[in-house]
Design a binder for this molecule. Structure first.
Ligand SMILES: Nc1ncnc2c1ncn2[C@@H]1O[C@H](COP(=O)(O)OP(=O)(O)OP(=O)(O)O)[C@@H](O)[C@H]1O
Ligand SMILES: [Mg+2]
Length: 471
């Protein structure tokens, strides 16, 4: 494999040149020689060498000057210099000049070979690093996390860095910015990936049940506790617990959580013993926790415990570069079969939209647009762009009025109301379902049924030559 590695030998001494070139060639390298720095520079203009071995003292330009010239011309090529025995000065000068290494004359052939081998290895490593870095810079995805904006790239780097330790992470950002996606990516890129990732939404569970949900309970701890039950912290053992909407955790539980984080052990409700737990805690909130602290709703000491590594996701509107890769990903995720596309006009419109509900709103919109038309390339008019966000402003009454040409079915009326509630909650299905008093699965099932119904209506309308049903 050495034959692919090119070495340039530079020395004014013919015997030395020939000795070195033939030695390298025998070792399987492709060695070429030059008798002066100027000649070396000339041939380096046409040919890139993997490493250069040069004498320092030569008539004309010295080896040191050659190093300087090559750093301009071929910054990636390492240079090893040959210095005269006992000349400490030139050795020091050699290293200062930017040469990678030096060997002292006279030398054993072995010493030169090893020095060149090291130089070549170093170059290979640097090339590899550069390639990796380039590949990383170009990817717009880390796990399920998508984005190319500087802010997102910074988050990618942070996620990679923290994935392998156990420090608590606090993820902040508006609704739908992808906080849970970030949490999952941290978990699945770290050493805990094969252990459980346990998410819990602090608002979705009644206050009275949250403690036993988190820490478990012993039999008879309270009415109805017929058997003891392991809490989520125990279930997450060795893995990660994701405390979503931490800003809404009741104060009483905040102090219990603080104790768990400090002591790394839990006490089940009604229990007398504590159980050690090894769990990484990732918390998320779309509240300004500082404000919550100021008004006494959130414990400052808990905040500091959780906020060891803060990750803030800015609103999507502040990072429009992320819209195209997100659109691509959502199209792939929600198209049946071959992913459909959007026209460049449509993409422009998407990049310019406000996205109050951030990535989630964008995803919901793409999903709906795909259900509403069969076109392989979605056009601007296929995008229910003023849909979610503005239907809240328009209100249900107005939309009912505009539908007055025919009576709505009960199902359609419900859909209208669901739209309104969804918009009020920025497309957050958990919150919307809670507000509607149904569970999230019911909401999903309804959405699926509706997409099917609307798709059918629009294909029927297309078949009868009428205009497609309006959403
Ligand atoms: N940067 C992103 N990369 C990939 N998916 C994203 C991104 N941003 C948003 N999403 C999508 O948006 C949806 C919402 O993401 P997620 O649940 O993580 O948001 P969130 O910040 O936790 O929102 P909330 O505060 O409302 O709970 C997900 O379906 C996810 O696929
Ligand atoms: Mg969330």
């Amino acid at each position: 494999m050495n034959q692919y590695r090119r070495i340039l030998v530079v020395d004014d001494d013919l015997a030395m040149r020939e000795m070195l070139t033939s030695m390298f060639n025998e070792e399987g390298y492709a060695a070429t020689s030059a008798c002066s720095a100027d000649e070396a520079i000339e041939i380096s203009k046409d040919q890139e060498y993997d490493a250069v071995l040069s004498d320092i003292k030569m008539p004309g330009k010295s080896g040191i000057e050659l190093v300087a010239a090559l750093r301009e011309l071929r910054p990636e090529t390492p240079v090893v210099l040959m210095t005269a025995f006992g000349s400490i000065d030139s050795a020091v000068e050699a290293m200062r000049s930017g040469a990678l290494d030096y060997v002292t004359k006279p030398f054993e052939p072995e010493v030169v070979l090893v020095a060149m081998e090291r130089a070549l290895e170093r170059r290979a490593l640097e090339q590899e690093n550069r390639q990796l870095r380039r590949a990383l810079d170009q990817t717009s995805q880390l796990g399920d996390l998508i984005g190319t904006s500087p802010a997102m790239r910074e988050i990618f780097a942070l996620v990679r860095r923290v994935a392998h330790n156990r420090s608590s992470v606090l993820i902040t950002g508006g609704s739908g910015t992808g906080k849970e996606v970030v949490a999952r990516t941290i978990h699945f890129h770290g050493s805990r990936a094969d252990k459980p990732f346990v998410p819990i939404n602090c608002t979705a569970i009644p206050e009275g049940l949250l403690e036993s949900e988190l820490f478990g309970h012993v039999r008879g701890a309270f009415t109805g506790a017929h058997a003891s039950k392991r809490g989520l912290f125990e279930q997450a053992s060795g893995g990660t617990i994701f405390l979503d909407e931490i800003g809404d955790m009741p104060p009483g539980l905040q102090s219990k959580l603080l104790r768990v984080l400090q002591d790394r052990e839990i006490r089940p409700v009604g229990g007398t013993h504590t159980i050690p737990v090894d769990v990484r805690v990732i918390a998320a909130t779309n509240k300004e926790l500082r404000e919550e602290i100021d008004r006494g709703a959130f414990r400052e000491d808990l905040y500091y415990r959780l906020n060891v590594i803060p990750i803030h996701i800015p609103p999507l509107a502040e990072r429009p570069e992320d819209v195209p890769p997100l659109v691509e990903a959502f199209l792939a995720r929600h198209s049946d079969g071959e992913p459909r596309t959007v026209s460049s006009e449509a993409m422009k419109a998407l990049c310019a939209a406000e996205w109050k509900g951030n990535g989630r709103e964008l995803e919901n919109l793409i999903e709906r647009a795909l259900a509403l038309t069969d076109r392989p390339e979605l056009q601007v008019e296929d995008l229910p762009l003023e849909g979610a966000a503005e239907s809240a402003a328009g209100g249900i009454a107005e939309r009912l009025h505009s539908c007055a040409v025919r009576r709505l079915t009960l199902e359609e009326l419900q859909d209208l109301y669901i739209d309104e509630v969804m918009a009020l909650h920025n497309g957050n299905k958990v919150h919307a379902a809670a507000a509607l008093g149904i569970d999230r699965k019911t909401l999903y099932r309804r959405a699926e049924r509706r997409a099917k119904r609307e798709a059918q209506q629009s294909s029927e309308a297309a078949a009868t030559g009428g205009s497609p049903a309006q959403a």
